[in-house]
Design a binder for this molecule. Sequence first.
Ligand code: SF4
Length: 362
Amino acid sequence: MKNQIHVIYGKDPTLMTEKLLKATAPLKGLSKNIAIGIKPNLVSATPPSEGAVTHPEIVEGIIKYLKEQGFYNIKILEGSWVGDETKRAFDVCGYKALSSKYDVPLIDLKKDGYTECNYEGYKIKVCNEILKIDYLINVPLIKGHCQTKMTCALKNLKGVIPDSEKRRFHTLGLHKPIAVLNKLVKQNLIIADAICPDPYFEEGGRPYEMNMIALGFDPVLMDVFAAEVLGYRKEDISYLMMAEKMGVGSFGPYEKVEHDLENKGFDEIRQPEEKYLNLIDEAGACSACYSNLVNALKRLDEEGLCGCLVDNICIGQYYRDYPGEIGVGDCTEACKINIPGCPPEQDEIYIFLKKLIKGSLP
Ligand code: SF4
């Protein structure tokens, strides 16, 4: 079972999830009193149809299954990305309604305390509520990410650390801390949402209909599968390679078990070559900041304006005090031209750069 990835296709995420759980019976033999944590991906307060956040219908399928099996000690835990409120995400993404319907508490990890955990001298602050969980069900998306190429089981755990630690992860280049975090926090079951994920950016906006849900037990194996779905090889994803080396999980090979082929029919995803990304000089940028810049540049590119930008744009925490030409975010206030904010909104960056290109700024 450990080396299997169970896949189902269809249009009813709740039913699909229940079917996968009934077929695999992952909690068989466990005490009914264990504390079960469900960790979706609610990176931002956007509707699931935009491709950035986990469909609540999948979590509903998990809760229904757990309660049917006699497990009642269940919590939903999440901490959205820097720049958004988890409380707002719980509401907008449909989790507040889900919590009331099934009487399952929502835990905002941004409001939680933390414990400093240590793996071979590498220290990471982890939210206390996660450390109290006996059985963690990770419910990520199979989704693109503009800094790490993709995000699925391994990277979704970034939501279980405080905001200060999320910022620090970016200063450390993301990959190694993500791998280490997975040594410190064990996930027992992964149910990955590929209903309509955005294959290019973590904050959604370009949903790609796949109508698929995948279930697995090994986060490394699940990420190998997710990478293939998104058109990457495992070697393209540094944190995945590091996690396997640290013994978080196995590269497989995996056995794909298909449960229902109804409605299957998506084409292979091909990752585009975005030339405007070469305009960015990034060092330690937070995800929201970086993704707002990428999206602003994408809009300018669609208008044929990116070629008019003469200087590269600095972004990230390592650019504090650096006297560059153009900088995005409060971290780059030493640049000659700075777009303030922490993080600045996509619209603000777009309008600012457009004005700059049009020569209406001093
Ligand atoms: S300005 Fe951007 S990169 Fe700097 S801390 Fe704020 S969000 Fe992170």
